[in-house]
Design a protein around this ligand. Structure first.
Ligand SMILES: [Mg+2]
Length: 186
């Protein structure tokens, strides 16, 4: 299993503003589903993205939201032919104070993923908030925040990009800034 092509890489997905948008009020159209007081909207192309990514990667969810909310959404958007390797919520994040704003931020430290036995060279995580990936920028792909725009095509482009780099032996050596332009040019 030393060949990176034989070993499925791990792709960790954020939820809020990344794959879905949860609003306390109804937006311009009916919500796709509801969780507690929230109206949930799927990012356009979500189902194709999850199922397409699941063909190439082991998938997991890591959100800084509360565990009940995260568990319910993860179940609702689960890939068709596989399951999440893990579903983690806020309690798995590391609490930090932002040095400038003094606000609490929840950092996702991949050390915790490494402890499960994953090789960090073969781990990617997707988030819309760069602060949450501060410990592991080399593994991070930053997406634009989704707030309900029906014309958004981020996930379609992202899947194309992920499939293009899936066999790279060490994702930390891949220049991931500007990934949208790279995906479009392949
Ligand atoms: Mg988010």
């Amino acid at each position: 299993m030393n060949d990176s092509r034989e070993q499925r890489a791990l792709l960790i997905l954020d939820l809020d503003e990344c794959l879905i948008y949860g609003s306390k009020s109804v937006l311009h159209r009916e919500a796709d589903f509801r969780v507690g007081p929230y109206y949930l909207y799927r990012r356009p192309g979500l189902t194709d993205f999850i199922n397409g990514a699941a063909d190439a990667f082991t998938l997991a969810v890591w959100s800084s939201a509360s565990s009940d909310y995260v568990a319910e959404i993860a179940t609702t958007i689960r890939p068709q032919n596989s399951d999440w390797a893990f579903v983690w919520a806020r309690e798995r994040c590391t609490r930090r104070m932002h040095s400038e704003t003094q606000e609490t931020i929840y950092v996702k430290d991949l050390k915790k993923v490494k402890r499960l036995g994953y090789l960090l060279e073969r781990v990617l995580f997707i988030d819309d908030t760069p602060d949450k990936m501060a410990r592991n920028y080399g593994n991070a792909i930053y997406v634009s925040p989704f707030e309900g725009d029906d014309k958004d095509n981020e996930l379609e482009v992202l899947l194309k990009y992920l499939l293009a780099i899936q066999f790279e032996p060490d994702y930390r050596n891949v220049e991931k800034r500007g990934w949208r332009n790279r995906a479009i040019s392949t």
